[in-house]
Write a protein that binds this ligand. Structure first.
Ligand SMILES: C[S@@+](CC[C@H](N)C(=O)[O-])C[C@H]1O[C@@H](n2cnc3c(N)ncnc32)[C@H](O)[C@@H]1O
Length: 261
């Protein structure tokens, strides 16, 4: 750090003021490493210089937000877990109901809510399904609303599903309106906003891995409160809910946490 530079704490205070995003809630070492890479690429030799660039150069700002949020995704990410969701969890939560509500939290460019919409259409005929898809990143939500995917996103989608639910347009796979009409895309910051309703299923995968332990715990408790009794939280392939029992969750299957009835 140069003598006249800002400290990390001062830098994140400035970022919070400008964007409302509290970097203190993310894992510090990881965040500093990511920032270092972004600063080097932008040609900034310290936090103060980087902040000036963020204020004046929209493309530097966009790269910063992209690096912060890491939007990597694909349809049916961890297909075997989506299989469990389809065969065990969805029938259980929909039993005796005319409609269910699902929250895809940290939905990135939409592969996750679209996968959920496919399963709802295939597995729950006669049950209406509302999927709320949220993310902190407004630009990714705009992309998500188009329902467009590329070949690498589709590697877990078999030929039958491709034909039933997607239309090929040039090099793009476009999700059919029957899927997209189930999904509503809304901006939401898991670390600042309250839960956007109550749900039968909350899917939050590969999002909290970037959060510090305290923030993770806060988010998991919010999820518990936002689930209907008997509702499930579905987490990512490398994630588990620490203190799940203390929060009140049952954990009947790996990656699936249930709020008791
Ligand atoms: C790696 S993607 C996960 C996408 C999808 N859930 C999946 O598993 O394929 C992580 C997403 O979390 C979002 N994210 C990061 N911090 C967030 C926050 N505080 N609130 C809401 N979304 C956040 C990012 O913008 C990004 O789109």
């Amino acid at each position: 750090m140069r003598q006249s530079d800002l400290t990390y704490e001062e830098f994140i205070a400035q970022i919070k003021q400008r964007t409302g995003i509290d970097l203190a809630l993310y894992k510090q070492e990881q965040m500093q490493r990511r920032l270092k890479g972004s600063m080097e690429r932008a040609g900034a030799d310290g936090y103060a210089a980087y902040l000036r660039l963020l204020d004046t150069n929209p493309s530097v700002r966009q790269v910063f937000l992209d690096r912060l949020t890491i939007n990597v995704s694909e349809l049916f990410r961890n297909p075997e877990h989506f299989g469990t969701l389809a065969d065990r969890i969805l029938p259980e939560i929909a039993e005796g109901k005319r409609g269910i509500r699902i929250w895809s939290a940290g939905c990135s460019y939409g592969a996750e809510p679209v996968s959920l919409a496919v399963l709802a259409q295939e597995k729950l005929p006669g049950v209406s399904c509302e999927i709320l898809a949220t993310d902190i990143d407004e630009s990714i939500l705009k992309a998500a609303a188009k329902g467009e995917f590329q070949d690498p996103d589709m590697k877990n989608v078999n030929a039958q599903r491709r034909a039933s639910w997607f239309v090929r347009e040039g090099t793009t796979w476009k999700a059919k309106p029957e899927l997209m009409r189930l999904i509503r895309f809304v901006k939401h910051n898991l670390l600042a906003d309250s839960a956007p309703g109550v749900f039968d299923l909350i899917v939050c995968r590969n999002v909290v891995i970037y959060f510090g332990d305290e923030a993770k715990d806060r988010v998991n408790r919010m999820f518990f409160q936002a689930l209907k009794p008997g509702g499930y939280l579905f987490v990512g392939g490398t994630e588990r809910v620490a203190d799940s029992e203390e929060i009140g969750f049952e954990n009947p299957l790996p990656f699936f946490y249930r709020r008791p009835r």
